[in-house]
Design a protein around this ligand. Structure first.
Ligand code: ISL
Length: 571
């Protein structure tokens, strides 16, 4: 069974500062707003708060473009607000994790401003510069065919030096050159700066992209009609990734800090384990993307793909058993600021199912082995934006760039409709609408029209009403966290066994610690179904949790209702 550690037993609540709570009536969330909600957060039963970037930033990518790592974005507050937030959290026994975005900076960071000003700048080599190539007719073309995550070439031309710089994300997010030891030293200083200030750890953004293939070869052509191609094989999990991670890991260990890295691309546990295995001294855990890309088509995120429950089971089983056997650790999530709302995406937000479905997903996710991450609003069962919302409501550069690209491509009306429908379902804007605090104007998020519209269902779906209601999604999440604490041996440290892998309606798994066994049964179906208890589990059991709020006796054949979730402790 895994070695014990505080960060394995922790539950994390993720806050998106712009959308959490506006305290000063400018329509944008802020740090004092967060401070005013600390008791609400504590009461969910979480141990750690992860705050998305709150640093000084021109906000081209909602703060993932940082222009000063040691200062706060003015609309969010000040350094003393952050200090107050940290002490308010610590007073309540909560830890504080910040977002560390060091694959790239903002183009408004002093380093980049200097770097682009002259080839002689001491900061030139903080970024990645390449000479143009000549196209078929001798015209100037980028050094290779890599596509940026936000569309177009991953290279931006600088007239003055006749060189291109690399940006895997927006052109305002130039990639740092991690080959330069000075860059690594600066990052280490930033890490120490915040840890010394009382921060308890970091979520490391796009962290497996920091070591690139230095030959910068063309990417294989996966979409022949596209001008630029997906090059993750050339910049994800590159040759020096582990060396760079160990450099940061050493400092993080010195402070016993929390660390979770974001690792998009391969979904390969053999790669991930090199980062998270107990003896590697890199990071505690990483976010892999296998569940949240299950509904992406093979040629792009915004084309539909139908998934089967058996696929989800295969993915869950793969990571759960692999990490257990190889002494690694999972980060469990279904939502974050880059994903659609889980109840809409993986279950159902139809009025008759929504509450059950949200609680079912809490059960499904929350009792697996790994550290659980809940994203603001997920604890209330917040849903995706309504289907009636048009492109004018979207604020995210990824959504907008994508939409414009599709328009420019001259796609047929039919294709446009498919893509728009899919965009609406998966776009990052879905999770960025303001938190629904109460039934007053603007959902109590702000006193003025917020930067993004509030979803109209806030009168019914809001925190105030759920905090009053012992049967709410909010208290259900709390009960799941109580189970993780009360039955830590089983739910945190126990082994995982998938039950009935082929069933397409019911996902069930067992958690075992020594001779103690728990059975988790969750329905992903709108229909009732009969579930036959596998032989190993035909024992008397007591109900630990039930999202329908009643007690179903464990018997050889159980009727499972739509989106039902039951947890048994077996004798
Ligand atoms: O590579 C991916 C999946 O295979 C991407 O999902 C990628 O990991 C992701 O887009 C990175 O996201 C993070 O960095 C971005 C920022 O826009 C996101 O909000 C952040 O979560 C750039 O900093």
């Amino acid at each position: 069974s895994p070695k014990r550690a505080w960060w394995k037993e922790s539950n994390v609540y993720q806050i998106y500062p712009a959308s959490f709570k506006d305290s000063n009536g400018d329509g944008v969330g802020d740090i004092p707003g967060i401070i005013s909600k600390l008791d609400y957060i504590k009461n969910i039963g979480v141990d750690v708060v992860w705050l998305c970037p709150c640093y000084k930033s021109p906000q081209v990518d909602m703060g993932y473009d940082i222009s000063d790592y040691r200062d706060i974005y003015e609309k969010y507050g000040t350094m003393s607000d952050i200090d107050e937030l940290i002490s308010g959290l610590h007073k309540r026994g909560l830890k504080f994790v910040m977002d560390l975005v060091v694959n790239h900076t903002s183009d408004q960071h002093e380093w980049f401003k200097s770097a682009i000003s002259s080839k002689e700048s001491p900061y030139r080599n903080f970024y990645i510069w390449k000479k143009p190539k000549a196209g078929p007719n001798g015209e100037r073309v980028p050094p290779n065919n890599w596509v940026s995550h936000f569309g177009g070439s991953a290279w931006e031309y600088d007239e003055k030096s006749n060189e291109y710089y690399l940006h895997l994300f927006a052109k305002e997010q130039p990639d740092l050159n991690w080959e330069n030891p000075k860059v690594r030293a600066e990052v280490h200083d930033i890490i120490r700066f915040w840890l010394d200030r009382g921060v308890d750890g970091f979520r490391l953004d796009a962290i497996n992209f920091i070591s690139k293939n230095l030959d910068f070869p063309d990417a294989p052509v996966t979409i022949p009609s596209a001008k630029f191609q997906d090059a993750t094989i050339h910049y994800a999990n590159g040759p020096r990734l582990h060396e760079f991670l160990r450099g940061m890991g050493k400092i993080l260990r010195e402070y016993d800090a929390f660390s979770v890295g974001e690792m998009g691309a391969f979904n390969d546990p053999n790669e991930v384990i090199k980062v998270v295995a107990e003896d590697r001294e890199e990071l505690n855990m990483i976010f892999q993307f296998e569940i949240v890309t299950m509904d992406h088509s093979s040629v792009g995120k915004y084309l539909p793909r139908k998934w089967k429950l058996s696929e989800l089971k295969r993915i869950v089983n793969k990571w759960e058993t692999y990490m257990y056997e190889h002494h690694g650790w999972n980060a469990l999530y279904l939502e974050n600021h880059d994903q659609g709302r889980s109840v809409s995406r993986f279950a159902s937000d139809k009025p008759e199912f929504r509450m059950y479905a949200a609680k079912m997903l809490a059960t499904f996710l929350g009792l697996q082995s790994g550290t659980v991450f809940v994203y603001e609003g997920q604890e209330l069962g917040m849903a995706n934006m309504p289907k009636t919302w048009g492109i004018d409501k979207l604020k995210d550069l990824e959504s907008i760039n994508f939409y414009n690209e599709i328009l420019e491509s001259g796609a047929s009306e039919e294709i446009l409709q498919v893509v728009m429908g899919d965009l609406q379902k998966k776009c990052r804007d879905n999770s960025r609408t303001p938190m629904q605090w109460d039934s007053t104007a603007f959902a109590g998020f702000s006193t003025v029209q917020p930067w993004m519209d509030v979803i109209d269902d806030y009168k019914e779906w809001n925190a105030a009403s759920q905090v009053e209601d012992p049967f709410s999604v909010y208290y259900y999440w709390r009960s799941i966290f109580d189970l993780r604490r009360g039955y830590k041996d089983i739910f945190v440290y126990g082994s995982f066994t998938l039950v009935n892998p082929a069933d397409e309606q019911i996902l069930a798994y067992a958690r075992r610690y020594e001779d103690r066994l728990a059975l988790v049964i969750t329905s992903f179906s709108e229909k009732e179904s009969l579930w036959t208890l596998p032989e190993d589990y035909t024992k008397p059991g007591k109900v630990l949790s039930s999202n329908y709020g009643d007690v179903q006796i464990l018997k050889p054949v159980i009727t499972i209702r739509p989106f039902e979730a039951i947890v048994y402790l077996l004798d």
